[in-house]
Ligand binder design. Structure first.
Ligand code: B12
Ligand code: SF4
Length: 485
């Protein structure tokens, strides 16, 4: 018998009082069709920030992470209609838009909808004119903490808020709010924001191999323009790049340690180790605070920036507890790296990976197969680079692990614009993300099943079966290395 979904799936609210809002992270696919096979996903920190600020402003709000709970879409609708909040908010990413719109369409009439996230920024008009989003009273472009709190207040008007859009009922076209002096909403002071209230998160802090771990956002925005990336600077002209002060970050880490026993942290933002000045500042502050004596941490970084760092700084980062750096390597082909504006070379990659792993710092390298214009030779060079990095790091104290994805276009990115300019595709084709079931290929593919989706178009020479065979092979080899070492 199927279980009735209960509002227990809602996180962080006060169940004794009426709900002002539920913020929903839609599932990547409908888990009624095929259950989720993975039991961990990174937390939705953006929505938790919004919920934290709304609570501080006096509202009773919850987060429903339908991806983390692996919920069927019909259960999400039932939970929301049963909870009957005044508002439901959606974090729209390109691949989760379709499911989010489907849920919004089935909400009770009394519930108002607001939405934000990358897709909101990339395609606002298409969203507001989508009949399934007819109850969308506010589409919030960009960082939304203070504007969401204002929207929940019935006395505040959306017309006052910059970057908030809705469908004008008289003009029948999208309009945008904002009055002089309201610009501060667009780039909240990230040191002044409260620390994320983790009661809004389904799986954070969490325990892994006996250690309590937590995810954090250390910075916002990225100055680079990698052609495939939703965080690319040209896709986010509204974002002011900011890093939290080292003191503010250290205070949150220390509190998590003292209150919840957290001793491992993962900075999930675009580019925590992305600029020399910030790295030097963080390293000095972490050393002064003795972070390395009780914590380990993982962060995103950039190869060209790390390449320019002196050995002494890398030594200091290792002493500070830096456990693993996530690096976008993407391709082993110099031509493809130039085409996607990555500003790195395979030689730089090898040197940075060696220098980090020599110091015991792990490296997680992200790769994309099937990028536009990729040739068979380019794909072979990527596969070869992964093997060379495994071989290079095998005798060294730090591990290298490869995480391989199939290319998917996202609206608003430079690659999307380039593909559209060819005249060969429609937006609907480029956004037709469908789950690809590679779980027959074993445990390695099951553990990352939710990330296997595709628009099923061939953008270079290798065919989709060839791309997926290479992806499965590399993922399988990576898994075998981890489980047998
Ligand atoms: C950590 C991360 C994840 C985590 C957590 C995702 C999550 N839902 O929060 C995991 C690993 C689970 C993940 C999964 C996926 N991710 Co991801 N992820 C990121 C990453 C690196 C950081 C996100 C983050 O925490 N930022 C910091 C916070 C403060 O910002 P934020 O999340 O954007 O939230 C702010 C605003 O967007 C807005 N907002 C957010 N939610 C809402 C809701 C409402 C109601 C409103 C009004 C506003 C609003 O206000 C927030 C606070 O200021 C970004 C890169 C980036 N720059 O965003 C990619 C990114 C967002 N991910 C992306 C994608 C595509 C995905 C996946 C679909 C799969 C994939 N990687 O290919 C899945 C989606 C699963 C899902 N349902 O969440 C793309 C989005 C591209 C696009 N145009 O849609 C990005 C930009 C990276 C990329 N590949 O280009 N991701
Ligand atoms: S891939 Fe990384 S460096 Fe490139 S634009 Fe995206 S976040 Fe920035």
């Amino acid at each position: 018998m199927q279980k009735t979904p209960t509002p227990d799936l809602l996180q962080g609210h006060d169940p004794a009082h009426t709900l002002d809002a539920v913020f929903v992270n839609a599932p990547l696919r409908d888990y009624a069709d095929r259950p989720r096979v993975n039991d961990y996903t990174l937390p939705t920190l953006g929505m938790a920030y919004i919920a934290t600020v709304a609570r501080a402003a006096g509202f009773n709000v919850a987060v429903l992470d339908a991806e983390a709970h692996g919920l069927p879409v019909s259960d999400v609708v039932t939970v929301l209609n049963t909870a009957a909040p005044r508002w439901v908010g959606f974090n729209l990413l390109a691949p989760t838009y379709r499911i989010s719109a489907h849920i919004a369409d089935r909400l009770d009439h009394a519930i108002k909808v607001m939405a934000g996230g990358h897709q909101a920024k990339a395609m606002p008009t298409q969203i507001l004119t989508d009949p399934r989003m007819r109850r969308c009273h506010a589409l919030v472009l960009g960082e939304a903490e203070t504007r969401v709190a204002a929207l929940l207040d019935d006395h505040r008007r959306r017309t006052e808020l910059p970057g908030v859009m809705w469908m004008d009922p008289v003009l029948h076209r999208p309009v945008t709010g904002g009055v002089p002096g309201s610009g501060h909403h667009l780039a909240p002071d990230i040191d002044a924001l409260p620390f994320v209230d983790r009661r809004f998160l389904a799986q954070d802090p969490y325990t892994s191999a006996g250690r309590v771990e937590a995810n954090m956002v250390g910075a916002r925005g990225c100055p680079y323009d990698c052609s495939f990336c939703g965080a690319a600077v040209s896709a986010n002209p509204d974002i002011t790049i900011r890093t939290r002060t080292p003191d503010n970050i250290i205070e949150e880490m220390t509190r998590l340690w003292q209150q919840q026993g957290v001793t491992a942290f993962r900075f999930v933002d675009d580019l925590f180790l992305g600029a020399r000045r910030i790295i030097d500042q963080m390293a000095r502050a972490f050393t002064a605070a003795g972070i390395g004596s009780w914590a380990v941490w993982d962060a995103t970084g950039r190869i060209n920036v790390l390449h320019r760092l002196p050995d002494t700084t890398l030594d200091q980062l290792a002493d500070n507890g830096l456990r693993e750096v996530a690096l976008g390597i993407e391709s082993g082909s110099e031509r493809i790296l130039a085409h996607i504006d990555k500003r790195i070379t395979p030689a730089m990659v090898r040197s940075v990976v060696r220098r980090l792993t020599e110091r015991g710092i792990g490296v997680k390298g992200y790769f994309i197969l099937g990028l536009p214009t990729e040739t068979h030779a380019d794909l072979a060079q990527t596969v070869d680079l992964v093997h060379r990095l495994w071989d290079l790091t095998d005798p060294l104290p730090g591990r290298f692990r490869a995480s391989v994805f199939e290319f998917r276009p996202y609206p608003g990115t430079p690659e999307w614009d380039r593909l559209m300019a060819t005249g060969r595709y429609s937006p609907e084709q480029l956004m037709d993300y469908t789950a690809v079931d590679l779980t027959d290929a074993g445990e390695a593919m099951r553990s990352r099943d939710e990330f296997n989706f595709s628009v099923n178009l061939q953008f270079g020479e290798p065919t989709l079966p060839q791309i997926r065979a290479a992806l499965v092979d590399l993922t399988h080899q990576q898994h075998t290395r981890e489980t047998t070492s």
